[in-house]
Design a binder for this molecule. Sequence first.
Ligand SMILES: Cc1cc2nc3c(=O)[nH]c(=O)nc-3n(C[C@H](O)[C@H](O)[C@H](O)COP(=O)(O)OP(=O)(O)OC[C@H]3O[C@@H](n4cnc5c(N)ncnc54)[C@H](O)[C@@H]3O)c2cc1C
Length: 363
Amino acid sequence: MVVGAGIAGLATAWWLERAGWDVLVVEKAPAFRAGGYMIDFFGPGHEVARRMGLLPAVEARRAPISSVASVDERGRERASISTEAYEAVADGVVSLLRGDLAEVLRDAVRSPIRYGTTVSSVEELEDFDLVVGADGVHSRVRELVFGPSSVRYLGHHVAAYSLDDPALSAQIGYRYQMLTVPHRMIGCYAVRDGALAALMLYRSSSSVLPADPAVALRERFGDLGWVAPSLLSVVPSDVYFDTVSQVDMPVWHRGKVVLVGDACGAVSLFAGHGASLAMTGAFVLAEELAVGTDGAFERYQARMKPVVARTQEFGRKFIGWMAPSSRLRISLRDMAFRLSGQPVVRNLIRGSVMPDVDGVLLR
Ligand SMILES: Cc1cc2nc3c(=O)[nH]c(=O)nc-3n(C[C@H](O)[C@H](O)[C@H](O)COP(=O)(O)OP(=O)(O)OC[C@H]3O[C@@H](n4cnc5c(N)ncnc54)[C@H](O)[C@@H]3O)c2cc1C
């Protein structure tokens, strides 16, 4: 049984069913959730997608984003980095919606996926030979099997949602535009069919989310200009609203239960490689199980955990780039954007956007 039909769960189901396992996937959401936020997909996860034969489908969903721009309160560009320059620092990167990557995986999985289903007790897990907890950063499997978890709060809350506004979507275009003020960032970009995707990030000392996302977001961003009032006027009820956290636990398995993806090793949006590592974890787990079930979980963890730890450390350092704490830091980041055409600066940016994930796919 695989719990969670996200990136990690679907990729695990795919590899296990190819290896001859009978797989059942259970997913809490009542139906498949499309869309979501934009992710940059590269690194070892990209290579895993290639090995699965899914790169053409992933490429077909590539978002036509042409640049990432920092704008001021009137929407005037302060600095930008072209997609071409970004691709030069992030080899093979594909920007696409998280839901699009999940859809590619779901379409490739043959095993049954039971939506609107979750696990509520450890006893239920007894019915299966292998239980994979792929249920994300707030994993229920982790809580049931390992008790109170080791979640490291990174001091921010994040919201993401889409809205249908063809006029605004046309105005923003396929450019990721963001307005940053100390400790707060609001960004948006056009997505398909006249829709717009919004992302908001703000610093908070509390790891408990406010009860009403719309109220909280209006309180935090209501004083800002540019498109902020338009975005805040339509916060939908199904907004993605969460704390920004990492998961750090000493052991990823117990008995026949093993965790993959964010459930055991969330790196956070600051690190930006979570989807890639979720795919990688699925592959490494299946590869080690194919070598032999004895000790497979230990070998899987030994290969994955150091890479996850390095990426988490990298993510913590990246907070200051994504959510700068002062106007000076915002100006420095914008300067790096402006100079991103220069090879020297590109190399510096490469060092700060790419964690060391090399070698994880080698046995
Ligand atoms: C704003 C933002 C930007 C990001 N940007 C990037 C990026 O640029 N690049 C990148 O690689 N990563 C990025 N990430 C991280 C990436 O999205 C995650 O690391 C990745 O989705 C993890 O996959 P997962 O399958 O482990 O978890 P998820 O994708 O969260 O999937 C977990 C699944 O389990 C289900 N579930 C939860 N609880 C239960 C339960 N009790 N029972 C059954 N099912 C359950 C959920 O509904 C969900 O379908 C970003 C994340 C955010 C929030």
